[in-house]
Write a protein that binds this ligand. Structure first.
Ligand code: SAH
Length: 332
């Protein structure tokens, strides 16, 4: 069994089933996740328990294939035990470092502006492989915030994601609070409706990118299945239930979704929701058919005038292809 994929509850059950004291789960979470100890160095456990754990669990971290560091961004290509690779990125903000975690090898959402969707091989990452990204990357610096917005669509891997967030937020272990976790989705509505199953009130970011079905379906195939109106309803409910401010992500693509009219439509669409708009400068990907907007400032001003909170996403790692939409797995 992969230790890093086990929730606290599952570990307690594991010990209980064997007639062992379940308090060992707490000792293990604290020692492994908070104190970064190896099993043999945990003085609170007997030799017999250490043996039991060593025989039954693996503690496998990915292997780092390449690392690029431009001072504010660290991008690592990590290889898992079967040879599958994903990228993960640290962004060093003034207020602390954030880690962008990948959830799948490749992605099947097929958004036309995103490089990750062009990866051939695809499988879900396990909860342990997601946790391992955090453990691996914290060797570089202390991580304050987790963004679940690397390669993959997190809600397309719901069960593993749920376990991962539980492990991440467990107070005995890594102890990230909901305030310090952000999950980004392209809008899988049935799964958005199931978010209450996850016992942690994280921030929700929604990749909207267009204010109408016509436009959104052109650039995001998922919109043909789950349209804009339905998505807005689902998001409203999440925000209402948990008192959470939603982030709507909006990439400004030259001549596609960046007209002043689009800004007015967007403002109208999200009126009344506790939210803000995160405007993302488009990052070039290989053979990209899109260009950065020249209307970004006017778009921003139009939103502001309509009473919408909007910010520009700060750019990280464009030079080392570590920015939004540029993550892939450049190998072979
Ligand atoms: N699948 C999830 C998370 C991964 S993408 C989602 O769709 O939200 C993280 C963010 O980067 C999304 O908002 C995505 O739309 C955006 N993005 C993708 N390609 C981009 C590009 N080329 N330039 C800028 N942002 C991009």
């Amino acid at each position: 069994m992969d230790f890093y994929g086990m929730t606290f509850k599952a570990l307690e059950e594991y010990f209980e089933l064997r007639g062992e004291n379940k308090a060992k789960a707490k000792i293990l979470f604290k020692s492994i996740y908070r104190e970064n100890l190896k099993i043999e160095d945990i003085t609170e456990l007997s030799d017999r328990t250490k043996r039991l754990i060593k025989e039954n669990f693996s503690f496998t971290l990915p292997i780092e294939t390449t690392v690029q560091d431009d001072g504010t961004t660290v991008k690592a290509l990590l290889s898992f035990s079967d040879g599958d690779k994903v990228e993960t990125v640290i962004m060093k903000h003034d207020y602390g470092a954030g880690l962008c975690v990948s959830t799948q090898v490749g992605c099947s959402m097929g958004c036309s502006f995103c490089q990750s969707g062009k990866l051939k091989r695809r499988r879900n990452l396990t909860a342990g492989e997601m946790t391992a990204q955090v453990l691996f990357m914290r060797q570089y610096c202390e991580i304050k915030h987790i963004s679940i917005m690397g390669i993959g669509e997190p809600l397309d891997n719901f069960e593993n994601l749920k376990d991962f967030i539980e492990i991440l937020s467990c107070p005995y272990g890594l102890a990230f609070g909901g305030k310090n976790i952000t999950l980004s989705t392209c809008g899988l509505i049935p799964q958005i409706e199931r978010l209450s199953e996850i016992n942690c009130q994280f921030n929700l970011a929604v990749s909207l990118h267009a204010p109408t079905d016509e436009l959104r379906s052109q650039i995001m195939p998922i919109n043909k299945k789950y349209g804009v109106a339905e998505l807005i309803e689902a998001v409203k409910e999440y925000s209402g239930n948990y008192g959470k401010r939603i982030a709507f992500e909006y990439i400004l693509l030259d001549g596609i979704n960046d007209s002043t009219e689009n800004a007015v439509q967007l403002a109208e669409l999200i009126k009344g929701i506790n939210c803000y708009v995160n405007l993302i400068p488009y990052n070039e990907t290989e053979n990209s058919e899109f260009k950065r907007s020249k209307n970004a400032d006017i778009f921003f001003d139009t939103l502001k005038k309509s009473g919408v909170n909007a910010i520009f996403r700060r750019e990280f790692g464009t030079g080392i292809k570590a920015a939004c939409g540029q993550l892939s797995a450049e190998y072979d």
